[in-house]
Design a binder for this molecule. Structure first.
Ligand code: HEM
Length: 232
């Protein structure tokens, strides 16, 4: 359909992966078998991560009641629910930024294959070896962060962490050309979902629940989070 539209009009109205490949004359580079793979890639990368991010924030807000209340105040005062306005709420954004540092869903998603032999100081990495950059070890490094193991969204409101962050010390979406292609969408989604939940509900953890994390695609609670939501 897109090919036909391109042949007839010289352009394609809809912008999507296929239309871009067709317009760039590169459609032959994708085989039919690539389509389900790419679908799965986007589906998993796009759903698991953001839902995990929101779930973890809700969990930590049940643990820090004061933060939950402060966020409610910030959100109650904001009358504009647009994505742009939500991107300007300091505490909401600091809370998201901190969970991405503390327990980000993309922690173990940074794999690379060594294209040549290389030494990391005295550690030899042979060509062809898969190297996983564990970003949590960077995010919890006391050379870059004060109280690195503490979940503290307020650090992002203070000048030190915000202004003097060194390059490549905050990597929740990775960096360089293969970084997360939809990181901005993920943040927009997270702000909208959290804004709506925090605005409408008080929430608390079921007393008997204990968080134990499993490390799968992303760090996941071993048992589903058990949280009571009470309409405000
Ligand atoms: C909080 C949410 C998210 C986090 C923390 C996250 C994190 C990451 C990380 C760490 C990578 C690996 C990058 C690398 O290898 O250098 C990645 C890749 C990717 N992400 Fe995300 N992501 C999130 C949400 C999303 C969403 C919502 C989508 C799509 C709708 C998405 C699509 C992708 C895709 C397609 C890749 C592969 C990019 C490539 O190989 O070139 N992600 N993401």
């Amino acid at each position: 359909m897109y090919k036909k539209e391109f042949e007839q009009t010289g352009s394609i109205k809809q912008t999507c992966i296929l239309s871009l490949f067709i317009q760039n004359g590169e459609i032959d580079k994708i085989g039919i078998e690539d389509l389900p793979k790419q679908f799965l890639n986007f589906f998993l990368a796009g759903t698991e991560t953001t839902s995990n991010l929101v779930g973890m924030i809700i969990y930590y807000l049940t643990q820090i009641k004061q933060l939950q209340q402060k966020l409610q105040q910030e959100i109650d005062q904001n009358t504009d629910q647009s994505a742009l306005a939500l991107s300007n709420l300091p505490l909401l954004n600091a809370t998201i930024k901190e969970i991405l540092k503390y327990q980000g869903p993309g922690n173990s998603l940074l794999d690379r294959i060594a294209v040549q032999e290389h030494y990391l100081e005295d550690i030899k990495i042979e060509k062809g070896v898969i190297v996983n950059v564990y970003m949590k070890s960077v995010h919890r490094d006391s050379r870059f962060y004060t109280d690195p193991h503490c979940y503290n969204p307020l650090r992002w409101l203070e000048t030190k962490e915000n202004k003097y962050l060194l390059p490549f010390t905050y990597l929740p979406f990775s960096a360089r050309p293969r970084n997360c292609v939809r990181q901005h969408l993920a943040l927009i989604e997270a702000r909208i979902i959290l804004n709506s939940i925090i605005k409408n509900f008080n929430f608390e953890l079921n007393e008997g629940y204990k968080l134990i994390l499993d490390f799968k695609f992303s760090p996941q609670p071993q048992n589903p989070l058990s949280i009571y939501f009470n309409r405000r």
